[in-house]
Design a protein around this ligand. Sequence first.
Ligand SMILES: Cc1cc2nc3c(=O)[nH]c(=O)nc-3n(C[C@H](O)[C@H](O)[C@H](O)COP(=O)(O)OP(=O)(O)OC[C@H]3O[C@@H](n4cnc5c(N)ncnc54)[C@H](O)[C@@H]3O)c2cc1C
Ligand SMILES: NC(=O)c1ccc[n+]([C@@H]2O[C@H](COP(=O)([O-])OP(=O)(O)OC[C@H]3O[C@@H](n4cnc5c(N)ncnc54)[C@H](O)[C@@H]3O)[C@@H](O)[C@H]2O)c1
Ligand SMILES: O=C1O[C@H]([C@@H](O)CO)C(O)=C1O
Length: 434
Amino acid sequence: MSSFKYVIVGGGVAGGYGAWEFTKHGLQPGELAIISKEKVAPYERPALSKGYLFPENPARLPGFHTCVGGGGPKGLPEWYKENGIELKLDTEVVKADLKSKTLTTDKGETIKYEKLIIATGAGVINLKDFKMPGADADGIYYIREEEDAAKLYEAMQKHKGAKVIVVGGGYIGCEVGAGLSLNGLDVTIVYPEPHLMPRLFTPEIASFYEGYYEAKGIKVFRGRLAAAIVQHDGQPNKIQCVRMKDGEELPADFLVVGIGARPRVGLFEGQLEMAKGGFKVDGNFKTSEPDVYAVGDVAAFPLKMKDGELTRVEHVDNARKSVMQAVQAIKAEEKGESIPEYDYLPYFYSRVFKLSWVFYGENVGDVVVWGREEAIKEGGKFGAYWVNDKKVVGAFLESGTPDDNKLMSEVARKRPSVESQEELKSGLAFAAKI
Ligand SMILES: Cc1cc2nc3c(=O)[nH]c(=O)nc-3n(C[C@H](O)[C@H](O)[C@H](O)COP(=O)(O)OP(=O)(O)OC[C@H]3O[C@@H](n4cnc5c(N)ncnc54)[C@H](O)[C@@H]3O)c2cc1C
Ligand SMILES: NC(=O)c1ccc[n+]([C@@H]2O[C@H](COP(=O)([O-])OP(=O)(O)OC[C@H]3O[C@@H](n4cnc5c(N)ncnc54)[C@H](O)[C@@H]3O)[C@@H](O)[C@H]2O)c1
Ligand SMILES: O=C1O[C@H]([C@@H](O)CO)C(O)=C1O
């Protein structure tokens, strides 16, 4: 049995940033333990579908341990030791009893805590979850953890020029589809919606990216649903093709599947109040159990700019900021103080090929797209503003500079009123004026 003042379950982005935040508040040796089922210290997960897949000089650990993505120290295992943090890798928490404040690991250890931070992230949705025929074949890749990306990279090297079907038109589909294409693979992306990134992009924005992908030789099959994975007769478990719902068969040497993720909450279900598929937390990420916090992908937190509407955000900026909020609140409470509650500005971004877009705020209301035609011709900047109740509530920008992107965040944060949507067509000039 071991006991710690603070335990973080999960050694991902929030785990790494939580450790860094604790070291800013006088953490004493032996106070903090981080338990992670991964074999490597916390790392910047976003790298796995971007730099990690580059054909030349791909990003590799230890280059992208947390918190380099947020301008912090590179958390090598030695960094945890130097800071007196117990980093238990390759260790899965298999049981949690919040009443007795006890965790049990797959190594048979019992760990007690005074304060617990749940940072278990999200797990991929698997084709097997839909009982898809052939979903157990070899050659179907998912990407969540560094181990997955390593296996995918090996497959890319082994199957130069192979036909790859990417299932899913969200973030993974777009980013890994680009990575596969950069490695010279023959890529087809299939997804059921009418366009890429359906939760965020409008048809007009999506068609810019679909056109860009098609110009790179990627086949984009929108509005199509994969129905079965057909295996070679003579070589069971070797993929022959993907049969679409409409019966068409697309030959494939291997697949990459990005059809969403589900927050990993099973360990604590029945012990904590739930919301939006995650753990319901307050503005300091405190759960319904006073000494238990939940952060990152699993936390359903009150979004202040939407009158406290419970929101779950599966993105790295929120993972970093939510755990920093929780740690600051824990440390303040120890001194009988309190801190301003989380006032998050939703921020998403992605980088594919030489493109790089950001989005801030809310994608609700009317959309005013600007500069898109020029961007197609000259590959420059283009953007969009979302207008709801005559206020600009969302801002999107492709190929912006850091200063441009900052302007977009300021627009989304200030939510300026607009009388006519005409002025929004000036794009960055509008943002520079508010
Ligand atoms: C390939 C990929 C690329 C991404 N790119 C971007 C991007 O460009 N921009 C962006 O904003 N977001 C991106 N995301 C999303 C972002 O990475 C997540 O939102 C973020 O990692 C969430 O942080 P987290 O700490 O909540 O969970 P995670 O980072 O997923 O960490 C959870 C950790 O907990 C561990 N764990 C889970 N259960 C247990 C258990 N029972 N016992 C022990 N350990 C456990 C997991 O192994 C993992 O180490 C990407 C995600 C993926 C998969
Ligand atoms: N840049 C980023 O922010 C980034 C990058 C990569 C991953 N991520 C995160 O990682 C997680 C996983 O990303 P993701 O792209 O898998 O999820 P996603 O939810 O972004 O996209 C899933 C896509 O798959 C489609 N889909 C669902 N069921 C399908 C089916 N049966 N067949 C074909 N398509 C289907 C969905 O309609 C959606 O377009 C998410 O939390 C995401 O936020 C974020
Ligand atoms: O936030 C991120 O971190 C990694 C990388 O920049 C870390 O070095 C990456 O690709 C991001 O989008």
